[in-house]
Design a protein. Structure first.
Ligand code: CA
Ligand code: CA
Ligand code: CA
Ligand code: CA
Length: 365
């Protein structure tokens, strides 16, 4: 009977979405979260993707910005104790990302963008460092050419040209690259500079600003990389096939900058509740796999959509950097975001991963 039920489950998975089953034999290293944010306002699958904003003078005042893809809020801002300090009333937001030193109205601002699924547009905010709140700075509701509606998104700062970009994708596999700029009146406008393509539904993406690489996860198929510059070739190269180390869906992606050249690329392996680490440089070799398990007061992490990581020390809570991720199941309440000190992850492995707080993401110019 047990065998029969197992067989039926596999048949259902194949017939429902073409999802294949995989056997992944990587060792999974367990670690516990030390902080979780307040739960999001809506039930079901409502939280999606976080990014970390680093305060300009006091890293302990840094925040976690999370997306909310249901009615009631678009973006949520949390302090490093997990308290909600702002709920932004806006459309349903999917993925969020941040870049520093964006020239706006004579100032240098931290720019935050997200894919707005209600408007099929790019939501564009700056962080007010005094209030730590997000302030809308988009010049208009930029009309994307994503006929299927915006899904995943991420940002790219070109250390080659000094220009800022947002990448946005839809479920057909179309990816648009938009250059973002001050419209001359202190607001941010965009122009489409390039279109890329993958064969099936993508979502998570992240760009390496130093190496000029865009990574895109095709959820049930593969992790790809493209050259990120707008005038580069549009051909993609394979980083890893889904089923090797990642169990579908391949979801959130982020980069740990250990210094200018080295570090790690981290992916959410949603289907088996794990996170997969690759080297940042070279051929993105597989490094290891970890999982957030139940702690005494903070539960473990399941079905993660988006994630972010920083090497930079964020005060006494996270002196050696932090890994933050969406948690799909938060017992007794709605979804939230969980945080793990980077050194707890780094020390799971033998040899330990790099722990280096000297790289400042705000220093990329
Ligand atoms: Ca989800
Ligand atoms: Ca997805
Ligand atoms: Ca959980
Ligand atoms: Ca997602």
């Amino acid at each position: 009977m047990k065998y029969l039920i197992g067989f039926l489950v596999i048949v259902m998975m194949i017939s429902c979405g073409g999802t294949k089953t995989y056997i992944i034999t990587d060792t999974v290293h367990p670690v516990k979260a030390t902080m979780e944010t307040a739960p999001v306002p809506s039930n079901d699958d409502a939280a999606d993707d976080p990014c970390i904003w680093i305060h300009p003078t006091d890293p302990a005042l840094s925040t976690i910005i999370g997306t909310h893809k249901k009615e009631g809020a678009g973006l949520l801002v949390y302090d490093l104790a997990g308290n909600e300090i702002q709920s932004v009333q806006a459309g349903r937001m999917n993925n969020v990302d941040i870049r520093y030193n964006f020239p706006l109205n004579g100032e240098s601002v931290a720019l935050v963008t997200a894919g707005d699924r209600d408007l099929n547009s790019i939501a564009i905010y700056k962080v007010d460092p005094d209030t730590r709140n997000l302030v809308k700075v988009s010049a208009r509701d930029i009309p994307l050419g994503l006929e299927d509606g915006v899904y995943g998104s991420c940002m790219y700062f070109s250390s080659k040209t000094g220009k800022f970009y947002a990448y946005l994708n839809d479920k057909t596999g179309k990816i648009e690259q938009w250059e973002l700029f001050d419209n001359g009146a202190g607001l941010v406008d965009g122009k489409l500079v390039r279109t890329l393509k993958v064969d099936s539904q993508p979502e998570g993406c992240v760009a390496d600003d130093i190496h000029g690489i865009l990574y895109v996860g095709e959820e049930e198929s593969a992790l790809w990389k493209f050259a990120a510059e707008p005038d580069a070739e549009t051909t993609k190269s394979l980083v890893d096939s889904v089923g090797n180390h990642v169990y579908p869906d391949l979801e959130g992606l982020s980069i740990y900058y250990a210094n200018r050249n080295t570090g790690y690329l981290i992916a959410s392996s949603q289907g088996n509740n794990t996170f997969v680490i690759y080297t940042r440089e070279g051929n993105n070799d597989y490094v290891g796999t970890f999982q957030i398990v139940d702690g005494e007061t903070i539960d473990g992490v399941q079905e993660t959509d988006g994630l972010d990581v920083t090497n930079f020390g964020l005060g006494s809570a996270f002196p050696k950097g932090v890994f933050v991720m969406q948690d799909g199941t938060n017992p007794g309440t709605t979804q939230n975001f969980k945080c793990v000190p980077w050194e707890s992850i780094a020390n799971l492995f033998e040899p330990a991963l790099i722990i280096d707080t000297t790289w400042d993401p705000r220093s990329i110019k």
